[in-house]
Design a protein around this ligand. Structure first.
Ligand SMILES: [Zn+2]
Length: 387
């Protein structure tokens, strides 16, 4: 069982499949499942890519099995895509880890480790004819570019699961039961152009407006790690672009930023502090005729925060499975967004578990083999409601 699981994950990590180009990974999974005797009629590829702003060459893969024992439907999920840095990876084993022999790439343990945990669990069910309750296997596309497969799946296609488990992380005994929420912010600053040498006073600099707004946010504690009383959050202005000549007062600057907080009200406050800072700055920068700059401010909810109760059946069941393989379960809350955010906020409480990922999104990325194998054992228990 161990060598098969390791072969699966090694093969999966070698397949290029960054966000929007996951079709080859889907085809690999389909072939493995067909060879193991899964009927074509149990599989579907959804059309979530048609609702993604980025398109994509495939939808998400969903496999639904009817129950062979009683119990609520379970769902196991793991996103298919990797970050672009993984393309060209050559996974090799190096003692108790896999790493990429190509030093210019990441490995793609995030998230082919998770993809392999699901595939291995389903193959074990098929090959050993294991009894199981109704169970859905869900491999969503496009997690890395905004949780889009999980966001755009039709919940009806998942078969009404009651307990959901997502693999995307490191430690196999850690159950992530909540995650932060985030807004994406776009600010378009419209200044007024003028000759910078002849009539600078007739212009209003969009760069000056951006500078004032950023200084305001930074000095008042609204940029970076944010702590206001007992409320916490983070923010980051990650993109700034504008201007094309030194002899023109700059008329256009675009910024992109994000704000995050577990607290939806405080997250909205952060977003509004950003809006107000840019509005104030735009009013301060005027032409000699008194005409101010203007801003266009857009904020979009990227994902809602969630927190599952520790009495939630999925949380209890995940902890039971972890104990069964001899590990001590612990729970945590994530400061990043997960596919679980979208499922949980759409009424499907989802616990996220680790599968041995280390140093993800870097060229140092590895897959910790003992952790991956532990996740495979947890996966089989959760898929089968095993004892
Ligand atoms: Zn991931």
């Amino acid at each position: 069982m161990e060598s098969e699981a390791l072969q699966l994950v090694q093969d999966l990590m070698a397949i290029p499949g960054k966000s929007c180009l996951e079709r080859e990974v889907v085809e690999f999974l389909r072939q493995k499942l067909l060879q193991a005797g899964l009927p074509e009629s149990s599989m579907m590829i959804d059309d979530s890519q048609t609702r993604s702003p980025y398109g994509g060459n495939t939808g998400s893969l969903i496999v639904k099995l009817a129950g062979r024992k009683r119990g609520p439907r379970r769902l196991l999920m793991a996103h298919l895509d990797t970050v672009p840095l993984c393309v060209g990876c050559q996974p090799v084993r190096d003692n108790d880890v896999f790493r990429s022999a190509n030093p210019a790439t990441a490995l793609g343990a995030d998230n082919r480790g998770g993809v392999a945990v699901l595939l291995h669990s389903l193959l074990e069910i098929l090959k050993q004819d294991l009894p199981h309750p109704p169970v859905t296997f869900f491999w969503p596309i496009q997690e890395e570019i905004g949780l889009l497969g999980a966001r755009h799946v039709k919940v009806a296609d998942l078969g009404n699961p009651k307990l959901c488990f997502n693999w995307d992380g490191g430690s196999p005994q850690m159950a992530c039961i909540g995650a932060t929420g985030a807004y994406h912010i776009e600010v378009q600053i419209a200044g007024i152009a003028s000759h910078a040498g002849v009539h600078p006073e007739q212009g209003a600099s969009a760069i000056a407006i951006a500078g004032l707004a950023i200084a305001d946010l930074q000095q008042n504690g609204w940029h970076g790690l944010i702590k206001k009383g007992r409320k916490t959050g983070t923010s980051n202005i990650g993109v700034i672009a504008g201007g094309d000549a030194t002899n023109v007062v700059t008329s256009s600057v675009r910024l992109a930023a994000e704000v995050r907080s577990h607290d939806p009200k405080f997250r909205e406050r952060l977003m509004n502090e950003f809006r107000k800072a840019f509005e104030r700055a735009a009013k301060q920068v005027r032409t000699d005729a008194g005409e101010p700059g203007r801003i266009e401010f857009k904020a979009e909810l990227k994902y809602e925060s969630f927190k599952l109760d520790e009495t939630e059946p999925a949380v209890q069941e995940a902890q039971r499975a972890i104990r069964m393989i001899g590990l001590q379960p612990s729970v945590r809350i994530s400061n990043g967004g997960l596919d679980a955010n979208w499922l949980s906020s759409r009424g499907l409480p989802t616990v996220t578990l680790g599968c041995g990922q280390q140093d993800v999104h870097t060229v140092k990325e590895t897959l910790h083999i003992p952790s991956f194998l532990a996740a495979c054992r947890v996966g089989v228990i959760l898929a089968t409601a095993g004892v």
